[in-house]
Design a protein around this ligand. Structure first.
Ligand code: FES
Length: 247
């Protein structure tokens, strides 16, 4: 394996560039280095003006998402050696406005997320005795997969529907709504239904499945959406067949 590799990195500084340009940086190629380590080398030794986000370096915080050789990836969990001999293209996540270099604006997701109420909702007067909501391991398994989401936005970057229709509430928000709908302690499914069942909710999804393919935590947002489509269809059927008082 060669001991150097070239990173082709998108640079965009709105005060000096009217559109993004690519810059090349030659860096050491070390077996244990992730793409994020490579960017940190550029920042520390070659060009301190490069902007990108990261925090934990261990695939937990979800902030280091970028496009690596055309695919949305967590750069702290993507290794340079897998792209040898290079060059490796590093670009901002698709489908989001670019703020600077590799930093994107995820404000659209942050505005949409509270609309699906991703928290436990209890009916008035139905608080459990004491302070705990008991739950069996089997009940926890029902939603556990969807609770692994780290809001990294790779699923939005990969989603062709979100790419053309930014009204779509999107894969992570729907998976997080399902995380609470399937939680035995939650009683808020009816409150989430209007948003999830709207045209820009589950029905906008055409089940391309790219969201699940790129998810670094195996959350399977596409599966969450298909499962909720079934729930919503059954709910409409029930509402159609049963008189209002008996539902
Ligand atoms: Fe936290 Fe990569 S830096 S997930």
């Amino acid at each position: 394996m060669a001991d150097r590799i070239t990173l082709r990195v998108t640079r965009y500084r709105p005060e000096s560039e009217t559109e993004p340009v690519m810059r090349e940086y030659e860096i050491p190629l070390r077996k244990e280095w992730s793409v994020l380590d490579g960017l940190n080398h550029v920042k520390d030794h070659l060009d301190g003006t490069l902007s990108y986000r990261w925090s934990c370096r261990m695939g937990v915080c979800g902030s280091c998402g970028m496009t690596v050789d055309g695919e949305p990836k967590l750069t702290c969990a993507t290794f340079l050696g897998d792209y040898a001999p290079g060059p490796v293209r590093v670009e901002p996540l698709s489908n989001f406005p670019v703020v600077r270099d590799l930093v994107v604006d995820i404000g659209d997701f942050m505005n949409k997320l509270p609309r699906v109420k991703p928290w436990i909702i209890r009916s008035e007067g139905e608080e459990p005795a004491g302070r705990e909501y008991p739950q069996l391991p089997a009940e926890r398994e029902e939603y556990e997969r969807f609770s692994m989401c780290i809001n990294c936005m790779l699923c939005y970057a990969a989603c062709p529907v979100y790419g053309i229709d930014q009204e779509f509430i999107g894969p992570a928000a729907i998976a997080l709504a399902q995380r609470y709908n399937l939680d035995s302690r939650d009683q808020g499914a009816a409150e989430r239904m209007d948003v999830l069942s709207a045209a820009e909710g589950i029905w906008a999804c055409t089940f391309v499945g790219e969201c699940s393919a790129v998810c670094p935590k195996d959350v399977d947002p596409a599966g969450a959406i298909q499962r909720y489509k079934f729930t919503a269809a059954m709910e409409s059927l029930r509402a159609f067949l049963l008189p209002r008082g008996s539902r």
